[in-house]
Design a protein around this ligand. Structure first.
Ligand code: BGC
Length: 755
């Protein structure tokens, strides 16, 4: 709250029609002065106006047509808008009415909303508009679509990811939207979860670093200007820990794991100044997070010192009554959520929250001071975003980089650095220029499979919104080699397709089979079996029986099991959901124009019943003696090949011992024996030999992405902090325990003693 700036005065002056002289103040007292201005505004607000600020509605509520069934083309219904903004003082609106809009339509809709707020309301407080721009400004037609976050994490390149987030912010703001419900900072501990693709993978440190880079990209290092947006770290806390792997089902997370695994990305995001947070729709240990004071107030506010807006997730106050059953009525649900610590309710389709909260305050069950705390945070974020001083409709000339070749190049680079070469037997890849190629499978000629959910629509499954100027995998390969043949061969689900696929396959030198899953997210994406469909597995087996060079390309939300077919392929390539430029990126990699450099940000499991993470415990280690398959993944976290076979040597710690709070340099030498340049992600893990809480077999502590020129040798230095060796004890405290640790890079290992 200390960063309020001069513009707020202008806002307050126009908003309240009062003349507040701006005094000459030394700069260190300015923050307090503007904090006072927010206080003055709050002191003028009625209970209804305060509750309105805490209410967030779905755009459908103010549009022509029914909620979830708007009339095309979508447009604002002025009577409904008046009811929301003027009668109910609503402070925030979200979403699109079911599909993306071109810039001009956004400008018209948001312009309408802001005009009513500025011209028809007493206090003229701007509306805070929010949207999900998960992999680019996906609800703005013509925007640049990046790979999904899981793929972005595979780049292990935080600078690239930061730049991508900055493009997303720019293109979101170009539409007049200043708030992005991203990044997802949930650590993907269950590979079957429908939102794995929205995360930065299974490792806490990787999620922390990527999340931090994204916050910087969205908000700008100096705080949001007209090219940046407020980030929304989500979903606080433990959302991805559901025991079943199904969306919004219960998680049982002991305090020390909550703090060791799930909390750090949020802690770092707060440190970097994330302006807003969205709450986990699920429950932890029997308590819905939306009603959990310990998490929403004691941890988030008192301990993390988070000062921004805590917004609920979609309908989650209502769900305390209807789904979680901790509240016997909708009004009680409102009471529970507000008292637990939420600031804004994503209601989003009615005025129940608004009416109930007004009643609760008037009955004296919730104090007005409690409202003031939330309203102060909401006004502060509006202030930080300079909503009051921004033009209501962004000027197109300020955003002429929207959808530009420069931005598209960023998306292509990100896709190229994310795609992960998992197997390359006998150097099956890159392809020869003369090879007769047959490309097939459900993902071979589909843009929706490349893009995944949150692409022009929520589930991203409707081809109607495809950008036909972008290349599918088949089209991208054909652009390199006009003789490439294609047939679908097999659909995503158990629906064999009869075409001439087997004939074309038998006439080719190389078969590239692109397996895929339909885009989906949240409950819609729940699955009962992590395997690819029987139809796809059998299709690969049929193709393999032709004994051609078989390249398996995986286009997927999450790591679908391939243990039946992985060994049949000469090469396996993980494409994730690489976005609009994924086809081109993949073709560049398959033909060797780009050297692959992605690494798995998640363990690729082999079996449905063995979904362990790489940082498992010793008791989960593969045990030959008992043929115990505890940890025996298809491919491990961090795995990824290039065409260069970079050689690691000389792993050294500068000193064999480090003291608590000390630092030690770790060096390793990398040699590129090939005549191609290569990007290499260098991952540093530690392994604690003995600890009072059973240690993991290894934990990622640092990484660097470097580039090696042909035949180049380079020494890479990490500055390891002794604090990287701390453990989270059984009470959830990070403590030192002296002893020996392995430092592991590649297949090399050395020992360091903490004294
Ligand atoms: C999702 C959130 C999203 C929100 C608004 C919810 O269903 O869980 O991640 O931000 O909808 O679209």
């Amino acid at each position: 709250m200390r960063y309020a700036v001069l513009l707020f005065v202008i806002f307050t002056i126009t908003a309240c029609r009062m003349i507040i002289p701006v005094p000459e103040l030394p700069s260190d007292t300015m923050d307090e002065f503007y904090e006072q201005q927010i206080s003055e505004l709050i002191s003028k607000m009625t209970i209804e106006e305060k509750v309105g600020q805490m209410t967030q509605l779905n755009i459908d509520v103010v549009c022509v047509g029914e909620v979830y069934n708007l009339q095309e083309p979508h447009r604002i219904d002025s009577a409904k808008l008046h009811k929301a903004i003027v009668d109910n003082h609503v402070g925030s609106i979200l979403n699109c009415g079911g599909h993306a809009y071109p810039l001009a339509q956004w400008h018209e809709m948001i312009g309408n909303i802001q005009r009513v707020a500025a011209q028809k309301t007493r206090l003229k407080i701007p509306v805070l508009y929010g949207i999900d721009a998960i992999h680019g400004a996906n609800y703005v037609m013509g925007s640049t679509l990046f790979p999904q976050p899981l793929a972005q994490a595979a780049t292990f390149n935080t600078e690239l990811v930061r730049k991508g987030a900055a493009v997303t912010a720019y293109e979101t703001r170009a539409a007049g939207i200043p708030w992005n419900f991203s990044p997802v900072l949930d650590v993907a501990r269950h590979p079957a979860w429908s939102r794995v693709f929205e995360t930065y993978g299974e490792d806490t440190y990787l999620c922390t670093e990527m999340g931090g880079a994204v916050i910087d990209g969205y908000q700008g290092i100096a705080g949001p200007d007209k090219y940046h947006v407020a980030a929304c770290m989500k979903h606080f806390l433990g959302y991805s820990g559901a025991r079943t792997g199904k969306d919004r089902t219960p998680a049982y997370i002991p305090n020390n794991q909550l703090r060791e695994i799930y909390l750090p990305p949020f802690q770092e995001a707060v440190r970097r100044g994330a302006l807003t947070v969205m709450i986990n729709s699920g429950e932890i240990n029997g308590v819905p997070v939306h009603a959990n004071y310990d998490i929403l107030t004691t941890l988030l506010r008192d301990e993390l010192k988070f000062e921004g807006i805590a917004v609920t997730d979609w309908e989650d106050v209502m769900k305390l009554h209807l789904n979680h059953k901790t509240a016997s009525s909708l009004k009680e649900a409102t009471y529970q959520a507000v008292q637990a610590g939420i600031d804004m309710c994503m209601v989003p389709n009615d005025y129940n929250f608004t009416n109930h909260l007004i009643e609760l305050v008037k009955e004296g069950r919730i104090s007005e001071e409690r409202l003031d705390k939330s309203v102060r945070r909401i006004l502060w974020v509006k202030q930080k975003l300079r909503l009051n001083s921004s033009p209501m409709i962004p000027s197109a000339k300020d955003y002429n980089l929207f959808g530009s070749p420069d931005f598209q190049k960023e998306a292509l680079n990100t896709a190229e650095e994310s795609i992960t070469l998992l197997e390359n037997r006998n150097s099956a890849l890159p392809l020869g220029k003369q090879d007769k190629i047959f490309v097939t499978g459900p993902a071979a000629h589909s843009m929706i499979l490349l893009n995944g959910a949150w692409t022009r629509t929520w589930q991203g499954a409707d081809e109607k919104w495809d950008d036909t100027t972008k290349y599918t995998i088949y089209e991208a390969l054909k652009a390199k080699n006009p003789n490439v043949q294609y047939a679908l061969g097999c659909d995503v689900l158990d629906k064999p397709v009869s075409d001439n696929a087997m004939q074309l396959a038998s006439e080719s030198d190389v078969i590239i089979v692109c397996l895929g899953e339909y885009p989906s997210t949240e409950k819609v994406g729940d699955i009962d079996d992590l395997s690819f469909s029987r139809a796809q597995l059998d299709y690969v087996k049929a193709l393999a029986s032709l004994r051609k060079k078989l390249i398996l390309v995986l286009v997927e939300n999450r790591p679908r099991l391939v243990n039946e077919i992985a060994d049949l392929a000469s090469a396996v390539v993980m494409a994730y959901q690489p976005g609009d430029f994924g086809g081109e990126a993949l073709a560049n990699i398959l033909y060797g124009d780009v050297n692959p450099s992605g690494r798995l940000p998640i363990t690729y499991p082999r079996y449905n019943q063995s979904m362990l993470t790489y940082d498992h415990k010793y008791t989960e280690t593969f045990d030959q003696k008992f043929a115990n398959t505890a940890f025996n993944p298809q491919w491990e976290f961090g795995h990824g090949l290039s065409y260069s076979n970079v050689f690691y040597s000389d792993l050294k710690v500068a000193s064999p011992e480090v003291v608590q709070n000390g630092l030690v340099n770790v060096t390793v030498t990398l040699q590129n024996p090939s005549d191609r340049s290569v990007k290499e992600s260098v991952l540093l893990f530690i392994r604690d030999h003995y600890a009072s809480v059973t240690p993991s077999v290894k934990k990622l502590k640092q990484f660097q992405k470097i580039e090696l020129q042909p035949r180049e040798t380079k020494t890479v230095t990490f500055i390891l902090k002794a604090s990287d060796l701390k453990l989270c004890d059984r009470n959830g405290q990070w403590i030192y325990e002296n002893g020996d640790f392995d430092i592991i890079i590649g297949k090399l290992k050395t020992t360091l003693t903490l004294k």
